[in-house]
Design a protein around this ligand. Structure first.
Ligand SMILES: C[S@@+](CC[C@H](N)C(=O)[O-])C[C@H]1O[C@@H](n2cnc3c(N)ncnc32)[C@H](O)[C@@H]1O
Length: 249
């Protein structure tokens, strides 16, 4: 049986599907992903690589021992810190010395990545935090903290601007609350830019207000980043926040 689409099938595609296919065919990062020996699972991996390259290789610092990747499926971002952390087959409560932990969370099931602990769950659900906590709770990380928290979570676009902005704000607020509890402080790490939060958001004045009120006072350095690899038509951007001050501890 052939799975090649017939001419009839192609001609019956909606014009939005046709333009998506045409855009994928033109996209240099789609081509790069297909030819890259790292076999990244997503085009998004190039956004993280680009941000990391431009901002002092924060992922590869030798003191990075634990990373939490929120909205991780299909797994491109989780693949990026895998090598520098030199992860082996870590079980919760096994020795951490010289190794690290990556915890990946997504609503969707993720194909396994060696050394990455995947949780299929809604990050916004109360019990998910306990599951992340248990995985961070390994020997050598008695504080149960993460050195880096990444969030590429994107709720499905509804087409309703107000609703989509509210979702983005809700996610950013939840990620920030999580960071407040789980991010290791710059002081504890012994580096002014230690304790990093990278989060996706949708551009809107309410998100800028969130940046000013929540992020700026709590980190030594906060940047708005629109990576070249992020499609210009998309309203997504990233806040890269380095140097968690842990003011409430
Ligand atoms: C842009 S994709 C992430 C791509 C990923 N960084 C990669 O490189 O493979 C956004 C992800 O956020 C997930 N997501 C959306 N809402 C979520 C939630 N409440 N909890 C967990 N994951 C969520 C989606 O299922 C989707 O897989």
């Amino acid at each position: 049986m052939s799975f090649r689409p017939s001419a009839t099938n192609l001609s019956s595609l909606r014009s939005s599907s046709k333009s998506w296919i045409a855009r994928q065919a033109r996209d240099p990062y789609v081509k790069k992903r297909l030819s890259d020996p790292a076999s990244y699972r997503s085009r998004s991996a190039f956004k993280l690589l680009e941000i990391n390259d431009q901002w002092d290789s924060f992922l590869t610092k030798p003191d990075v021992k634990a990373v939490v990747d929120l909205g991780a499926a299909p797994g491109g971002w989780s693949q990026v810190p895998y090598d520098p952390l030199n992860i082996d087959d870590l079980e919760p409560s096994s020795a951490l010395t010289g190794r690290g932990t990556i915890v990946a969370v997504d609503l969707l099931k993720m194909q396994p990545i060696h050394g990455v602990h995947a949780i299929q769950a809604d990050f916004l659900a109360a019990e998910t935090e306990r599951r992340i906590h248990n995985l961070l709770s390994v020997k050598g990380n008695l504080e149960c903290k993460a050195d880096i928290i990444l969030s590429d979570i994107a709720a499905n676009a509804s087409g309703n601007d107000v609703h989509d902005i509210e979702s983005s704000l809700e996610i950013c607020e939840a990620v920030f609350c999580f960071a407040r509890q789980y991010l290791r402080s710059a002081e504890r790490i012994g580096r002014r830019r230690g304790g990093v939060l990278l989060m996706k958001h949708f551009e809107h004045p309410l998100l800028q207000k969130f940046r000013v009120e929540k992020l700026l006072p709590n980190f030594h350095d906060v940047r708005y980043i629109k990576p070249d690899s992020s499609r210009s038509a998309s309203r997504e951007g990233y806040f890269l926040c380095q140097g968690w001050k842990a003011l409430e501890e």
